[in-house]
Design a protein around this ligand. Structure first.
Ligand code: NZQ
Ligand code: ZN
Length: 386
């Protein structure tokens, strides 16, 4: 196992009826900005619950954060935060609203010249400060409620970039599984796929004798495989919703990735599919992961075999046969959730592959746990998905 330092200060308030506890978590004397997305919180009653918990608090609202939040919209919120001297941001929604809150919080107090540099990495110093944030999560998927990551898209340049900083980790996150009863099938499926691939990015690399991390990762994968279909079949299954929600948080709160190699190539490539075509994040991962498994089968052999055996019970056959089966079972799982896994299913063809590879070539990107996925390997991965 590798050396590591791990600190996760996010307070989780989990369960039915817990939104009412917001009152005890928010600062009394600061202006609070309630940040939300396209309006789902008005339709499912979450807005009303938040408003009644916050009665009497000085508050203003900013809505309209898009799925795959844009830099352009976030910068409008930054203006409001500065003008109104907002002291706390309460993000209510899915990963997009939470990620937007993190970027707004950092951009409003940014000491460099252009906040976009937070995302490009041009601003090389660690981010010094951010407005504190808290969250009410309505879509289990990203783990944003318990990590310091944020992914922002810029319309004008069709880029989608991420940053990570401990200063934007939420002070608290309220996770009420009942909030997800209103999710459409597509978002449930996306969330299951996203959480599944978060685990795979931290697990499907090479062995470093970390059996606890492996078993934690496998526990999350098995739980998602069991619970995902239950929620798709019956949206108001509270127990399944609770297990799904906690699995998605655990998939990307940093715990399972400590002391082990990590990949993140599937995400890196997937972000480009969203940047160019607006494909939902979870779906891009279901497209790309099978290609990564195929192209990197030699480097990942030991872990693919372990994954195949412990997750899908594949224990016989030659090594190449077992790897093929593990990839096929992974594809079947995504498809069983209702997620198409090939590029033409999204009307994406070889032109997009050229554009993505060109981008990776210019950026000199080297993805994967060995840093050996360059633009040529990205091409092989994506051509496999045609
Ligand atoms: O905008 P509203 O009206 O709220 O509707 C949203 C949105 O249309 C809707 N929704 C959310 N909760 C709902 C609901 N509809 C009904 N009932 C509810 N309870 O679902 C749609 C999608 O929401 P969004 O927040 O975009 O989805 P998700 O949580 O999957 O977030 C995706 C974003 O997170 C980033 C992705 O790249 C993408 O931009 N990620 C963030 C990560 C992180 N912070 O660590 C890691 C991930 O790998 C990922 O990259
Ligand atoms: Zn993801």
């Amino acid at each position: 196992m590798y050396n590591f330092e791990y600190k996760n200060p996010v307070k989780i308030i989990f369960g039915k009826g817990q939104i009412a506890k917001l009152r005890g978590e928010l600062p009394q004397n600061q202006k609070i900005l309630l940040l939300y997305g396209g309006g789902s919180i008005f339709r499912n009653g979450v807005y009303d619950q938040v408003k009644s918990a916050l009665e009497g608090f000085p508050m203003l609202e900013f809505g309209g954060i898009e799925a795959n939040p844009t830099y352009e919209t976030c910068m409008k919120a930054v203006e409001v935060v500065r003008q109104e001297k907002v002291g706390f941001i309460l993000a209510v929604g899915g990963g997009s609203v939470l990620d937007a809150a993190k970027f707004i919080a950092a951009a409003a107090m940014f000491e460099g010249s252009d906040p976009w540099d937070i995302l490009t990495g041009k601003y090389s110093q660690p981010i010094a400060k951010a407005i504190p944030i808290g969250t009410v999560l309505t879509l289990p998927a990203t783990g944003s409620e318990m990590n310091g990551n944020s992914v922002i898209s810029r319309k004008s340049t069709t880029e989608k970039l991420a940053f990570s900083s401990p200063v934007v980790m939420p002070r608290f996150s309220v996770l009420d599984p009942e909030c997800i009863f209103s999710l459409p099938d597509r978002q449930v499926a996306n969330g299951v796929a996203d959480a599944f691939v978060h685990v795979m990015e931290q697990y499907l690399t090479f062995p470093v004798n970390a059996p606890l991390q492996d078993r934690l990762a496998e526990g999350i994968l098995l739980t998602l495989i069991e619970e995902g279909p239950k929620i798709l079949a019956f949206r108001n299954d509270y127990e399944a919703a609770a297990n799904f929600m906690w699995s998605a948080t655990m998939a990307l709160n940093g715990l399972i990735g400590q002391g082990v190699p990590q990949d993140w190539a599937t995400h890196g490539i997937g972000h480009e599919l969203t940047a160019f075509h607006g494909i939902d994040h979870g779906r891009t991962l279901a497209i790309v992961l099978p290609g990564v498994m195929k192209s990197m089968r030699a480097q990942k052999e030991a872990k693919i075999l372990q994954y195949g055996e412990r997750i899908w019970g594949i224990a016989s056959g030659t090594i190449p046969e077992r790897i093929d089966q593990a990839i096929a079972r992974t594809v079947d799982f995504f498809e069983s959730l209702g997620i198409p896994t090939r590029l033409p299913d999204y009307e994406v063809g070889s032109e997009t592959i050229d554009r993505i590879c060109q981008r990776f070539e210019v950026r000199k990107s080297r993805l994967g746990e060995h840093g050996d996925i360059d633009f040529r390997v990205v091409r092989a991965i994506l051509e496999d998905r045609l």
